[in-house]
Design a protein around this ligand. Structure first.
Ligand code: SF4
Length: 346
Protein backbone atom coordinates (compact mmCIF):
# COMPACT_ATOMS: atom_id res chain seq x y z
CA UNK A 1 0.00 0.00 0.00
CA UNK A 2 1.38 3.39 -0.93
CA UNK A 3 2.01 5.60 2.09
CA UNK A 4 0.63 9.12 1.71
CA UNK A 5 3.49 11.50 2.35
CA UNK A 6 2.91 14.53 4.52
CA UNK A 7 3.37 18.09 3.27
CA UNK A 8 6.56 19.21 4.99
CA UNK A 9 5.37 22.82 4.94
CA UNK A 10 2.56 21.92 7.34
CA UNK A 11 5.24 21.42 10.05
CA UNK A 12 6.34 24.19 12.39
CA UNK A 13 10.04 24.82 12.86
CA UNK A 14 9.84 23.07 16.24
CA UNK A 15 8.20 20.02 14.68
CA UNK A 16 10.93 19.89 12.02
CA UNK A 17 13.63 20.07 14.71
CA UNK A 18 11.92 17.22 16.58
CA UNK A 19 11.72 15.16 13.39
CA UNK A 20 15.47 15.38 12.89
CA UNK A 21 16.22 14.59 16.51
CA UNK A 22 13.95 11.55 16.40
CA UNK A 23 15.76 10.38 13.30
CA UNK A 24 19.21 10.58 14.89
CA UNK A 25 20.28 13.93 13.44
CA UNK A 26 20.92 17.32 15.00
CA UNK A 27 17.92 19.55 15.75
CA UNK A 28 19.53 22.51 13.94
CA UNK A 29 19.09 20.60 10.68
CA UNK A 30 15.41 21.50 11.14
CA UNK A 31 16.35 25.20 11.06
CA UNK A 32 18.27 24.74 7.82
CA UNK A 33 15.42 22.94 6.11
CA UNK A 34 12.90 25.45 7.45
CA UNK A 35 14.95 28.27 5.94
CA UNK A 36 15.03 26.48 2.59
CA UNK A 37 11.28 26.05 2.67
CA UNK A 38 10.22 29.50 3.78
CA UNK A 39 12.97 32.02 3.06
CA UNK A 40 14.58 30.50 0.01
CA UNK A 41 11.34 29.09 -1.42
CA UNK A 42 12.82 25.66 -2.34
CA UNK A 43 10.46 23.55 -4.43
CA UNK A 44 12.57 20.37 -4.33
CA UNK A 45 14.58 18.65 -1.63
CA UNK A 46 17.51 18.35 -4.05
CA UNK A 47 17.75 22.17 -4.08
CA UNK A 48 18.79 22.13 -0.38
CA UNK A 49 22.47 22.15 -1.15
CA UNK A 50 23.82 22.52 2.39
CA UNK A 51 21.93 19.37 3.45
CA UNK A 52 23.59 15.99 2.85
CA UNK A 53 22.40 13.67 0.08
CA UNK A 54 21.30 11.04 2.64
CA UNK A 55 19.23 13.59 4.57
CA UNK A 56 17.60 14.85 1.38
CA UNK A 57 16.72 11.27 0.47
CA UNK A 58 15.28 10.73 3.94
CA UNK A 59 13.13 13.84 3.51
CA UNK A 60 12.08 12.65 0.07
CA UNK A 61 10.98 9.31 1.57
CA UNK A 62 8.84 11.00 4.22
CA UNK A 63 7.50 14.24 2.79
CA UNK A 64 6.37 16.18 -0.23
CA UNK A 65 6.73 19.94 -0.80
CA UNK A 66 3.35 21.19 -1.94
CA UNK A 67 3.52 24.43 -3.86
CA UNK A 68 1.03 26.53 -5.67
CA UNK A 69 1.61 27.26 -9.33
CA UNK A 70 0.46 30.41 -11.10
CA UNK A 71 -1.37 28.74 -13.97
CA UNK A 72 -2.47 31.86 -15.73
CA UNK A 73 -1.62 35.51 -15.19
CA UNK A 74 -3.77 38.25 -16.72
CA UNK A 75 -2.76 41.91 -16.78
CA UNK A 76 -5.36 44.65 -16.93
CA UNK A 77 -4.91 47.90 -18.81
CA UNK A 78 -4.94 49.66 -15.40
CA UNK A 79 -1.97 47.60 -14.12
CA UNK A 80 -4.04 45.15 -12.08
CA UNK A 81 -2.85 41.55 -12.28
CA UNK A 82 -5.01 38.49 -11.69
CA UNK A 83 -3.47 35.10 -10.98
CA UNK A 84 -5.29 31.82 -11.47
CA UNK A 85 -3.47 29.70 -8.92
CA UNK A 86 -3.34 25.91 -9.23
CA UNK A 87 -3.15 24.02 -5.94
CA UNK A 88 -1.47 20.66 -5.43
CA UNK A 89 -4.81 18.86 -5.92
CA UNK A 90 -5.48 20.78 -9.16
CA UNK A 91 -8.14 23.05 -7.67
CA UNK A 92 -7.91 26.68 -8.71
CA UNK A 93 -8.21 29.89 -6.68
CA UNK A 94 -7.58 33.46 -7.71
CA UNK A 95 -5.57 36.31 -6.27
CA UNK A 96 -5.14 39.86 -7.47
CA UNK A 97 -2.46 42.56 -7.39
CA UNK A 98 -3.89 46.08 -7.27
CA UNK A 99 -1.37 48.88 -7.84
CA UNK A 100 -2.04 52.53 -7.03
CA UNK A 101 0.33 55.50 -6.93
CA UNK A 102 1.19 54.92 -3.29
CA UNK A 103 0.69 51.22 -2.63
CA UNK A 104 0.48 47.77 -4.14
CA UNK A 105 -2.14 45.58 -2.55
CA UNK A 106 -2.59 41.82 -2.77
CA UNK A 107 -6.15 40.54 -2.58
CA UNK A 108 -5.87 36.87 -1.60
CA UNK A 109 -8.23 33.92 -1.32
CA UNK A 110 -8.76 31.88 1.84
CA UNK A 111 -11.02 29.07 0.58
CA UNK A 112 -11.72 27.23 -2.66
CA UNK A 113 -15.25 28.46 -3.35
CA UNK A 114 -17.37 29.68 -0.46
CA UNK A 115 -20.04 28.20 1.80
CA UNK A 116 -21.85 31.51 2.12
CA UNK A 117 -24.30 32.43 -0.52
CA UNK A 118 -24.07 36.14 -1.19
CA UNK A 119 -26.33 36.74 -4.15
CA UNK A 120 -24.09 39.33 -5.80
CA UNK A 121 -20.89 37.27 -5.70
CA UNK A 122 -19.40 35.08 -8.44
CA UNK A 123 -17.46 32.95 -5.94
CA UNK A 124 -20.68 31.94 -4.18
CA UNK A 125 -21.66 29.96 -7.28
CA UNK A 126 -18.69 27.63 -6.80
CA UNK A 127 -19.77 26.39 -3.35
CA UNK A 128 -17.06 25.62 -0.83
CA UNK A 129 -14.72 22.81 -1.84
CA UNK A 130 -12.09 23.14 0.84
CA UNK A 131 -10.15 25.50 3.05
CA UNK A 132 -6.76 26.70 1.90
CA UNK A 133 -3.77 25.61 3.97
CA UNK A 134 -1.60 28.31 5.56
CA UNK A 135 1.18 27.72 3.03
CA UNK A 136 -1.27 28.06 0.12
CA UNK A 137 -2.35 31.46 1.43
CA UNK A 138 1.25 32.48 2.08
CA UNK A 139 2.34 31.38 -1.41
CA UNK A 140 -0.30 33.58 -3.07
CA UNK A 141 1.21 36.56 -1.26
CA UNK A 142 4.77 35.60 -2.27
CA UNK A 143 3.70 35.20 -5.92
CA UNK A 144 2.09 38.65 -5.91
CA UNK A 145 5.07 40.20 -4.14
CA UNK A 146 7.31 38.83 -6.92
CA UNK A 147 4.99 40.21 -9.61
CA UNK A 148 4.86 43.58 -7.86
CA UNK A 149 8.66 43.77 -7.91
CA UNK A 150 8.83 42.61 -11.53
CA UNK A 151 6.06 44.74 -13.07
CA UNK A 152 5.86 47.72 -10.72
CA UNK A 153 9.40 47.89 -9.34
CA UNK A 154 8.32 47.87 -5.73
CA UNK A 155 7.45 45.26 -3.13
CA UNK A 156 3.96 44.52 -2.02
CA UNK A 157 2.80 47.03 0.59
CA UNK A 158 -0.64 45.78 1.72
CA UNK A 159 -2.75 42.64 1.85
CA UNK A 160 -6.52 42.26 1.97
CA UNK A 161 -8.29 38.96 2.59
CA UNK A 162 -11.06 39.77 0.16
CA UNK A 163 -10.56 37.13 -2.50
CA UNK A 164 -12.44 33.86 -2.71
CA UNK A 165 -13.90 32.51 0.53
CA UNK A 166 -14.87 33.77 3.96
CA UNK A 167 -11.60 34.10 5.93
CA UNK A 168 -13.24 33.68 9.33
CA UNK A 169 -14.60 30.29 8.23
CA UNK A 170 -10.96 29.22 7.84
CA UNK A 171 -9.75 31.13 10.85
CA UNK A 172 -6.89 28.93 12.11
CA UNK A 173 -5.20 28.65 8.73
CA UNK A 174 -5.63 32.37 7.99
CA UNK A 175 -4.03 33.22 11.35
CA UNK A 176 -1.14 30.81 10.70
CA UNK A 177 -0.60 32.36 7.25
CA UNK A 178 -0.62 35.89 8.71
CA UNK A 179 1.87 34.78 11.38
CA UNK A 180 4.16 33.61 8.60
CA UNK A 181 3.62 36.75 6.49
CA UNK A 182 4.45 39.01 9.45
CA UNK A 183 7.29 36.95 10.90
CA UNK A 184 10.90 37.93 10.14
CA UNK A 185 11.38 34.35 8.92
CA UNK A 186 8.62 34.94 6.37
CA UNK A 187 7.95 38.28 4.69
CA UNK A 188 8.30 40.47 7.77
CA UNK A 189 5.27 42.62 6.88
CA UNK A 190 3.57 44.78 9.48
CA UNK A 191 0.17 43.36 10.55
CA UNK A 192 -1.15 46.92 10.32
CA UNK A 193 -0.88 46.55 6.55
CA UNK A 194 -3.17 43.54 6.53
CA UNK A 195 -6.97 43.71 6.44
CA UNK A 196 -9.16 40.69 7.08
CA UNK A 197 -12.50 41.32 5.44
CA UNK A 198 -15.44 39.29 6.68
CA UNK A 199 -19.07 39.10 5.79
CA UNK A 200 -19.63 39.16 9.56
CA UNK A 201 -19.36 35.99 11.65
CA UNK A 202 -20.06 37.34 15.17
CA UNK A 203 -18.51 34.47 17.17
CA UNK A 204 -15.27 34.66 15.18
CA UNK A 205 -15.06 38.47 15.42
CA UNK A 206 -15.14 38.06 19.20
CA UNK A 207 -12.50 35.33 19.01
CA UNK A 208 -10.23 37.62 16.99
CA UNK A 209 -10.63 40.28 19.66
CA UNK A 210 -9.80 37.73 22.39
CA UNK A 211 -6.77 36.56 20.42
CA UNK A 212 -5.51 40.14 20.41
CA UNK A 213 -4.82 40.14 16.67
CA UNK A 214 -2.95 43.14 15.27
CA UNK A 215 -4.34 43.26 11.76
CA UNK A 216 -7.31 45.39 10.72
CA UNK A 217 -10.93 44.36 10.39
CA UNK A 218 -13.32 45.14 7.56
CA UNK A 219 -16.93 44.00 7.36
CA UNK A 220 -18.84 43.61 4.11
CA UNK A 221 -22.02 45.18 5.39
CA UNK A 222 -24.00 46.25 2.29
CA UNK A 223 -27.13 46.91 4.35
CA UNK A 224 -27.91 47.84 7.94
CA UNK A 225 -31.51 46.66 7.57
CA UNK A 226 -32.02 42.99 8.42
CA UNK A 227 -34.60 42.18 5.72
CA UNK A 228 -32.52 43.80 2.99
CA UNK A 229 -29.28 42.22 4.18
CA UNK A 230 -30.85 38.77 4.45
CA UNK A 231 -32.19 39.06 0.91
CA UNK A 232 -28.70 39.64 -0.51
CA UNK A 233 -26.62 37.78 2.13
CA UNK A 234 -28.83 34.90 3.30
CA UNK A 235 -26.59 33.89 6.23
CA UNK A 236 -27.72 37.17 7.85
CA UNK A 237 -30.82 35.21 8.91
CA UNK A 238 -28.52 33.10 11.14
CA UNK A 239 -26.23 35.97 12.19
CA UNK A 240 -28.54 39.00 12.29
CA UNK A 241 -27.32 42.57 12.57
CA UNK A 242 -27.91 42.71 16.32
CA UNK A 243 -25.42 39.87 16.87
CA UNK A 244 -22.99 41.48 14.44
CA UNK A 245 -23.31 44.83 16.18
CA UNK A 246 -22.68 43.25 19.57
CA UNK A 247 -19.57 41.43 18.26
CA UNK A 248 -18.22 44.65 16.71
CA UNK A 249 -18.73 46.56 19.94
CA UNK A 250 -16.81 43.77 21.70
CA UNK A 251 -14.05 44.02 19.06
CA UNK A 252 -13.72 47.77 19.51
CA UNK A 253 -13.80 47.61 23.31
CA UNK A 254 -10.92 45.11 23.27
CA UNK A 255 -8.77 46.34 20.37
CA UNK A 256 -9.60 50.05 20.06
CA UNK A 257 -9.28 49.52 16.31
CA UNK A 258 -11.93 51.19 14.24
CA UNK A 259 -13.93 49.10 11.81
CA UNK A 260 -14.20 49.58 8.07
CA UNK A 261 -17.55 48.79 6.48
CA UNK A 262 -17.38 47.74 2.84
CA UNK A 263 -20.56 48.79 1.14
CA UNK A 264 -21.93 48.49 -2.38
CA UNK A 265 -24.98 50.52 -3.37
CA UNK A 266 -27.21 48.62 -5.81
CA UNK A 267 -29.96 49.98 -7.95
CA UNK A 268 -33.36 49.33 -6.33
CA UNK A 269 -31.89 47.34 -3.42
CA UNK A 270 -30.24 49.70 -0.95
CA UNK A 271 -30.27 53.07 -2.70
CA UNK A 272 -32.97 54.86 -0.67
CA UNK A 273 -32.72 57.39 2.12
CA UNK A 274 -33.90 54.81 4.70
CA UNK A 275 -30.91 52.63 3.78
CA UNK A 276 -28.46 55.46 4.44
CA UNK A 277 -30.18 56.38 7.70
CA UNK A 278 -29.91 52.77 8.92
CA UNK A 279 -26.19 52.76 8.01
CA UNK A 280 -25.63 55.98 9.95
CA UNK A 281 -27.27 54.41 13.02
CA UNK A 282 -25.16 51.25 12.64
CA UNK A 283 -21.96 53.31 12.40
CA UNK A 284 -22.71 54.91 15.75
CA UNK A 285 -22.18 51.64 17.65
CA UNK A 286 -18.38 51.72 17.29
CA UNK A 287 -15.87 54.05 15.58
CA UNK A 288 -15.91 53.17 11.92
CA UNK A 289 -15.49 54.35 8.38
CA UNK A 290 -17.35 53.40 5.23
CA UNK A 291 -15.85 52.37 1.90
CA UNK A 292 -18.38 52.59 -0.87
CA UNK A 293 -17.19 50.22 -3.57
CA UNK A 294 -18.13 50.34 -7.20
CA UNK A 295 -19.90 47.15 -8.26
CA UNK A 296 -19.11 45.07 -11.29
CA UNK A 297 -21.99 43.03 -12.62
CA UNK A 298 -21.34 39.31 -12.83
CA UNK A 299 -22.70 37.31 -15.77
CA UNK A 300 -26.51 37.12 -15.71
CA UNK A 301 -26.33 39.01 -12.42
CA UNK A 302 -29.47 40.77 -11.33
CA UNK A 303 -27.44 43.35 -9.43
CA UNK A 304 -26.60 46.69 -11.00
CA UNK A 305 -24.55 49.55 -9.65
CA UNK A 306 -26.80 52.34 -8.29
CA UNK A 307 -27.10 55.71 -10.03
CA UNK A 308 -24.41 58.21 -9.07
CA UNK A 309 -27.01 60.43 -7.37
CA UNK A 310 -27.64 57.58 -4.88
CA UNK A 311 -23.90 57.35 -4.14
CA UNK A 312 -23.80 61.15 -3.72
CA UNK A 313 -26.67 60.92 -1.24
CA UNK A 314 -24.77 58.30 0.79
CA UNK A 315 -21.66 60.46 0.87
CA UNK A 316 -23.54 63.60 1.83
CA UNK A 317 -25.57 61.99 4.64
CA UNK A 318 -22.61 60.07 6.08
CA UNK A 319 -20.36 63.13 6.01
CA UNK A 320 -23.01 65.32 7.60
CA UNK A 321 -23.08 62.76 10.42
CA UNK A 322 -19.27 62.99 10.75
CA UNK A 323 -18.66 59.49 9.42
CA UNK A 324 -15.61 59.09 7.20
CA UNK A 325 -16.55 57.81 3.77
CA UNK A 326 -14.53 57.00 0.66
CA UNK A 327 -15.78 55.98 -2.75
CA UNK A 328 -13.62 53.32 -4.39
CA UNK A 329 -13.43 52.80 -8.07
CA UNK A 330 -13.09 49.16 -8.99
CA UNK A 331 -9.93 47.91 -10.64
CA UNK A 332 -9.17 45.21 -13.17
CA UNK A 333 -12.71 45.03 -14.55
CA UNK A 334 -11.50 44.00 -18.02
CA UNK A 335 -9.97 40.80 -16.57
CA UNK A 336 -12.81 40.01 -14.10
CA UNK A 337 -10.53 40.82 -11.19
CA UNK A 338 -12.78 43.39 -9.57
CA UNK A 339 -14.66 42.92 -6.30
CA UNK A 340 -17.25 40.16 -6.51
CA UNK A 341 -15.98 38.98 -9.90
CA UNK A 342 -13.46 36.34 -8.83
CA UNK A 343 -14.41 33.01 -10.39
CA UNK A 344 -16.51 34.81 -13.00
CA UNK A 345 -15.81 32.96 -16.27
CA UNK A 346 -12.83 31.09 -14.78
S1 SF4 B 1 -18.95 37.76 -0.90
FE1 SF4 B 1 -17.36 36.67 0.25
S2 SF4 B 1 -18.52 35.60 1.85
FE2 SF4 B 1 -20.03 36.19 0.30
S3 SF4 B 1 -20.16 34.39 -1.06
FE3 SF4 B 1 -18.62 35.79 -1.95
S4 SF4 B 1 -16.65 35.03 -1.15
FE4 SF4 B 1 -18.28 34.15 0.14
Amino acid sequence: MEIKKKDIRALTKEQLREFFEKNGDKAFRGNQVYEWLWQKGAHKFEDMTNVSKETRQMLENNFVINHIKVDQMQRSSDGTIKNAVRLHDDLIVESVLIPTKTRTTACVSSQVGCSLDCKFCATARLKRMRNLNPDEIYDQVVAIDNESRLYHNRPLSNIVFMGMGEPLMNYNNVIKAIDKITSPEGLGMSPKRIVVSTSGVPKMIKKMADDDVKFKLAVSLHSAIDEVRTSIMPFNATFPLNDLREALQYWYAKTKNRITYEYVVWDGINDKRKDVDALVEFCKFAPSKVNIIEYNPIDDGEFQQAQSKAIDMYVEVLESNHITVTVRRSRGKDIDAACGQLANKS
